[in-house]
Design a protein around this ligand. Sequence first.
Ligand SMILES: [Fe+2]
Length: 295
Amino acid sequence: MPGPFDLDDARAYRDWRDRKLSSCPAQIEVVELRNPKNLTAAERGALLESCARTNMAIYRSPITQEDKDIPRLLGLQLGLEHLDGNYLADDDGISSITPGAGARGEFIPYTDRAIGWHTDGYYNPRSRRIRAMLLHCVRDALEGGESALLDHQIAYVLLRDEDPEHVRALSAPDALTIPPRLEGETVARPAETGPVFSLEGPRGPLHMRYTARGVNIEWKDDAATRAARDALDRILARSACVLRLRLEPGMGVVCNNVLHARTAFRDAPAHRRLLYRARYYDRVAARVTLKTAAQ
Ligand SMILES: [Fe+2]
């Protein structure tokens, strides 16, 4: 179907691309929220507008207590209601990302180590695709823990401008395989094979499934895929469109599952870094399709 994501539709691509690049480099204005649990119409409009333009919004609020209703109610006001039931998430589907012991300590998000570039849920089956993600900071680290974010549509543009074959290779249905996760003899999650870039509908929106993780990942073994991965590595390392920021208490990110990464950090037992993370099957609402009026 012709449209900006059709490699044969140069005109539609050019128009869309020019609009996208006008929001790059990512000089995002931080949206000030008086109370994320109860947005004003203007606050909500600013968050939605930022997400419509750049697939992400950064907010700051004076609310710094531990309260999972903050991400839950904020998400609901932006059209995000269907939470992914990650098996490590707490019962309510919102994960407390903090250095921890036990099973969670085996997974990098629950440590103080750096997390490489990825989109959330790259190991999920298509039926549980993560379309939006919200991170809310309760406590920051003593040092480090900086976030990096890149609109995945900008990554698509930069790849396609370098060589449309990069996009073709990463759109192949067998581009990226995540091997099964085993617990003893049992398959806890089957292998998941799929494209990096795919479309939700005939003309979009664009979804991206990616991890820079080097181990336990099987990439399609051909020259085109290797060239595309190398190009993406360069973009993620050097692009001026990458937004880098450090979330402070009360701050957060809401996004359409854009590419993101985290640097290592240092905290202390009496002052553990704590972020709430909510993953959704929904995308952030478009302003035109809002079902409910702003509160
Ligand atoms: Fe993530």
